[in-house]
Design a protein around this ligand. Structure first.
Ligand SMILES: Nc1ncnc2c1ncn2[C@@H]1O[C@H](COP(=O)(O)OP(=O)(O)OP(=O)(O)O)[C@@H](O)[C@H]1O
Length: 676
């Protein structure tokens, strides 16, 4: 419950007036519910005795006075007998009977007091004649029900406002957190993130709505009924509630089981979501390799697990309902037996246990039963929502630890502005591994002077992109330092650092927005003219004018899939150019550019890197030519540094990658690399 309490606290502290308003409305609903059921008492009195309220009050007053006189006489009799008695045992028995008569006297006096209090109102307002009284009661029931409906609706609206706004806040916080904590070595899968954001937040919102709605309203209704029943006969009520502790224990055990089942269900659903997203992304691979049936079978296996968990949850939820219905029925049965015995035999005791001060009348026992039956409806409704609350508790146990997760990559308290340092980059004794004991970078040292353009080459998996990950501070090194202008990157605010860098990655990521907006992503403040200028420089304009019917408004599709690989890369280069960065990083940024465009784009890249620190990870000879220095990496270390000519002589890895084929052909270089 702890984590759900955080959601409750948020809801109450941020939307307190809605919650207070809903509580007041719920209270009124409860009172009206009890009052409507309590109306059975005068209704029964009128129907069974054919009296108006005036006559009833008259009869009650006379009846009470008679009873008071009778009991007073009894007490006086007991006093005489006690005074005359010798045997201590008999005296104590007489005293006990006298005490009981005293209680009965008080009860009649209290009833007389109540009747006397209500008489002025009955005299002033109550209708005359039994039928008119009946009509007034029916009108009271109708008005009560309409008012109850109005307050119920108000309460539901106010609760919905508070809980939906809390859900919205939670989504915002979670979105912000997911943007932060997926950096570094924290592994949060897409399936888990999606599941937390959609299913779990909605489940928390749903259980808050129930908690502030039904779980407040229904118990108030129950309390109103129990209070009415206690007013009629509290001893009989306690007897009726004897079954409650056992039912509460069963409920407690069921709660734990349902919560654990919900946790496991959420995990399975997250795996299904992750699997589904993966298959949708790899749709054409599935089709091309004809693995539909295989994937269908995998999907079915995962879905079946979820199905079984769901069946178990449904079973235990139904047990809650059964438990609550047994509790409700048990209460009514116990009171039926005991109350029936008292009324039929005009008794006040069962097995010597006093259950009533005076013999119960038909009207009061009927009202008592009606009030107990009035408790069973809220009990049943609470049983129905119990499972949803347990699901909310389980979801909160997954969402809140994520929200409280420390940022794996954090900003310093007093960040140094990047404007105050140079743009030279140094990697000093950098060691890094993604998985423990599997080093990717090993004591790596590299310096890139301000304004220098270097190319990094090396076989697949040697750690080139990992250097970029550290430069962008997507990860921090395990040991050693990455420095900008001599200052450790950890001393800068991440936003400030990244604002100085433009990154073009091999797998271009475009959003399902227009081409214009995808370019503008590089600088959200750029004007349309600036966007167009960058687009022209990156040769986006060329294909937009000839191929795109909607021009720059053409939508790029889900992850840019409506465009070709080369078109996507050009857009991402335009995006980088628009950023006007101090440092430019190109990770295989031109691998999909066609031969025609290659020369033109390289002209624009050449202009782009002038005066900037540039890091080019490339397999293309033409891009290599843009660099003043080439760094050769192998097994997470720098093997050699130099110009193309120097490296041919000094580096075995470089020779293996670039010289054994015709180095003037960019195509052959790419092929050679792909085979590596
Ligand atoms: N997120 C990750 N989790 C675990 N291991 C990773 C992760 N990213 C990369 N690696 C591993 O780190 C090593 C270096 O990867 P990196 O992407 O830096 O290589 P690269 O030189 O850029 O390769 P390529 O030329 O193929 O792009 C590889 O062995 C890779 O499997």
């Amino acid at each position: 419950m702890n984590y759900l309490l955080l959601a409750i606290r948020h809801c109450v502290s941020h939307y307190r007036w809605s919650i207070i308003g809903s509580l007041i409305c719920s209270l009124l609903v409860g009172v009206l519910w009890g009052a409507n059921i309590g109306a059975v008492y005068p209704f029964a009195e009128v129907i069974f005795k054919g009296q108006s309220l005036h006559e009833w009050a008259e009869t009650e007053t006379n009846n009470c006075n008679e009873k008071i006189a009778e009991v007073e006489a009894e007490i006086a009799d007991f006093d005489q007998k006690i005074a005359a008695a010798q045997d201590p045992a008999q005296i104590s028995k007489l005293k006990a009977s006298r005490d009981f008569a005293e209680t009965e006297l008080k009860s009649w006096e209290s009833k007389l007091g109540n009747v006397n209090k209500s008489r002025p109102y009955i005299d002033a307002y109550a209708p005359h004649g039994p039928f008119n009284t009946l009509l007034a009661l029916v009108a009271f029931l109708l008005v009560g029900t309409v008012l109850k409906g109005i307050f119920l609706s108000l309460s539901m609206m106010l609760v919905a406002r508070a809980t939906q706004l809390t859900t919205l806040d939670l989504k915002q916080q979670l979105f912000k957190k997911l943007l932060e904590v997926r950096l570094g070595k924290t592994h949060i899968s897409t399936g888990d993130s999606t599941s937390r954001m959609n299913g779990d937040v909605a489940s928390i919102g749903g259980s808050l709505e129930i908690l502030f709605g039904k779980t407040v309203r229904e118990p108030i209704k129950m309390v109103a009924c129990l209070a009415g029943a206690a007013y009629i006969n509290w001893r009989l009520l306690i007897l009726s509630l004897l079954i409650a502790p056992a039912a509460a224990f069963v409920l407690y055990r069921l709660a734990r089981t349902i919560k654990n089942l919900n946790l496991s269900q959420i995990m399975i659903n997250a795996r299904i979501t992750g699997f589904f997203i993966q298959i949708m992304h790899g749709y054409y691979v599935v089709k091309a390799y004809g693995t539909e049936e295989y994937e269908q079978a995998r999907f079915e296996e995962k879905s079946r697990q979820a199905y079984w968990e769901q069946v178990k949850i449904r079973f235990f939820n139904s047990m809650v309902r059964v438990n609550n219905e047994v509790l409700g029925l048990g209460m009514v049965c116990l009171s039926l037996i005991a109350g029936g015995y008292l009324v039929l035999n005009k008794e006040t005791h069962i097995f010597g246990i006093p259950l009533a001060d005076k013999p119960m009348e038909l009207g009061s026992i009927l009202a008592f039963y009606a009030l107990l039956v009035g408790c069973t409806d809220p009990l049943r409704k609470l049983g129905d929502v119990f499972g949803a609350i347990q699901a909310g508790i389980a979801s909160a146990e997954l969402v809140y630890p994520l929200l409280q997760m420390e940022m794996p990559i954090s900003d310093p308290k007093d960040p140094i502005p990047t404007a105050s340092v140079g743009r030279d980059i140094t990697l000093k004794d950098v060691e890094f591994c993604y998985i423990e004991d599997t080093p990717v970078l090993k004591k790596l040292n590299l310096t890139i002077a301000q304004g220098e353009a270097i190319a990094i080459v090396g076989p697949n998996g040697c750690g080139k992109s990992t250097i970029i990950n550290l430069l962008m501070r997507f990860y921090d090194p395990d040991s050693g330092q990455v420095l900008l202008g001599g200052t450790d990157l950890r001393q800068f605010a991440q936003h400030d650092l990244r604002s100085k860098i433009a990154l073009v990655t091999q797998s271009t990521v475009l959003f399902d927005e227009s081409i214009r907006e995808n370019i503008r992503y590089g600088n959200m403040d750029a004007t349309d003219e600036e966007v167009l200028k960058a687009a022209k420089l990156a040769y986006v304009d060329q294909f937009v004018q000839t191929h795109m019917s909607d021009g720059y408004n053409t939508m790029c599709g889900d992850r840019g899939t409506s465009l070709s690989g080369g078109q996507r890369q050009r857009i991402s280069i335009a995006r980088a150019l628009l950023r006007n960065p101090d440092i430019i990083i190109m990770d295989e940024a031109t691998s999909q550019i066609d031969m025609d465009s290659e020369r033109l784009i390289h002209e624009s890249l050449k202009n782009c890197i002038v005066g900037r620190t540039a890091i080019l990870i490339t397999h293309r000879a033409s891009t290599l030519k843009l660099a003043s220095r080439i760094v050769v990496m192998n097994h997470g270390q720098i093997e050699a540094t130099g110009t193309h000519e120097e490296l041919i002589l000094s580096s075995k890895t470089y020779r293996r990658l670039y010289v054994e084929d015709d180095s003037s052909s960019s195509d052959s270089l790419v092929e050679k690399k792909s085979a590596a």
